[in-house]
Design a protein around this ligand. Structure first.
Ligand SMILES: N[C@@H](CCC(=O)N[C@@H](CS)C(=O)NCC(=O)O)C(=O)O
Length: 170
């Protein structure tokens, strides 16, 4: 496996699209698997957890598969838009009708985390890695709720996460 770093334009005006980035919109992340390009973080995670079945994802037939897929799609279809709209302070009845709002996101997370330490209950999965990520990237957005704060801390304390962070830091 090769990890290639590319530049992207940043909101503060720094950075720029990297012409060598094969992502059709110049974004990150992107997975190139033998010439097949996969983008959208959730899709990359699903692709990898199917290619390398293991403890990070319940496989078809597992009772937790439906909940797992729901979280993976909910992230990209609801949570990410809500987080972005909330961060820039945009609200509109039509947006609320479609996505609800950040309070609803927080309520959904809390309802799950009341049942267990992880979104699927007792087992950590790629859903935790994906869904907690906005709060890891943007701590200012962390809801003031110990269920979510503690869950994000548990996610960040995992050995693989710590190791990857150290690698990324160089
Ligand atoms: N929904 C996408 C979001 C991808 C995305 O917007 N990535 C940002 C960095 S977090 C990016 O590449 N921005 C550069 C740009 O928009 O040109 C995913 O989950 O992969």
């Amino acid at each position: 496996m090769t990890v290639r770093h590319v530049t992207i334009p940043r909101r503060d005006g720094s950075g720029a699209r990297d012409p060598s980035n094969p992502h059709p919109e110049g974004k990150v992340p992107l997975l190139d698997h033998d010439g097949t390009l996969i983008f959208e973080t959730g899709a990359i995670m699903l692709y990898l957890t199917e290619l390398f079945p293991g403890p990070l994802a319940p496989q078809p037939g597992d009772a937790n598969r439906g909940a797992f897929l729901t979280w993976m799609y909910w992230y990209g279809s609801v949570m990410e838009p809500v987080i972005v709209l909330n961060a820039i302070g945009i609200d509109h009845p039509a947006l609320h009708a479609t996505f609800r709002d950040h309070d609803a996101v927080v309520a959904r997370l809390c309802a799950a985390l009341q049942q267990g330490p992880w979104l699927l209950g007792d087992t950590y999965s790629a859903a935790d890695l994906l869904v907690h990520s906005p709060y890891a990237w943007f701590p200012d957005m962390m809801p003031d709720d110990p269920l979510i704060v503690d869950w994000a801390a548990r996610c960040a304390a995992r050995a693989a996460y710590v190791q990857t962070q150290a690698q990324e830091a160089g």
